[in-house]
Design a protein. Sequence first.
Length: 281
Amino acid sequence: MIVLSIMEAGERLASTSSAERYMLIYMINVLAIIVVLFIAFFVMFNIRKNKLLQERIKREQEFETQIATAKAETQEQILKDIAWELHDSVGQLLIFGNMQSRSLLRLSPESLEFKVAEVNETFNSSLTEVRALSKTLNGEVVLDLGFQKSISNELIRLERMRFDKAILEVVGDNKLFPRSKDEVMLFRILQEFLSNSVKYSQAKNIHIILDYQADYLVVTAKDDGKGFDINTIEKGSGLINMNGRAKLINAELTLNSAPGEGVELIVRYPLDNATQEEVDV
């Protein structure tokens, strides 16, 4: 409509007097300025609107990250407290029971020696498992041992308890994490997967691959259990926790499964994570 008016004004300009011509030029200029101002206002309005929307989304994302971080910190502290209780309280009780059973073994008649020896062995095995479990639950111990060693210890513990074979395979040269505490986050993701395999999968074997690539550490964990339909499974707290921790360390998490085909977990962790804000675990 505005364009037609300008064209009509131009046609009239050719057939009018000098005064009328100046007036038309003036009106055309005013009209053009109004159009430019209208367009500029519209553009600025949209820029401002998009900026406010982006700021709102950023604030919401920051808030969600803070909540997820606080949740992870709380969970880590709870695990640390449990680890201390296992090591100090339960461990001491098992040590005492072990000492008592050994004393009883020396005083037992020959007919009861075998039974008492079994009790003593049970105390020994339980003490070993409690100490191993307390190490994996304490994030500071995981940091001290290192990522690979912690996974290896966890697989050894689970192989004693549950699986026929629990294998760790390392591909490529070991690389340092850009943020050491990400090791704990990634270890907890694997720990959650292993826990679910123990509880639900009926698996006999576990295979974990650490593939150190140029820019990524690709962690693949697979069991040979009964699997499930990935499209219909209800998301429990375990999967939610894994996804939440992966998001905090800027990693990509994929879970693959089908009935009768086991479960496969793939985590792509970027080894160049230096620009991400520090997350305290």
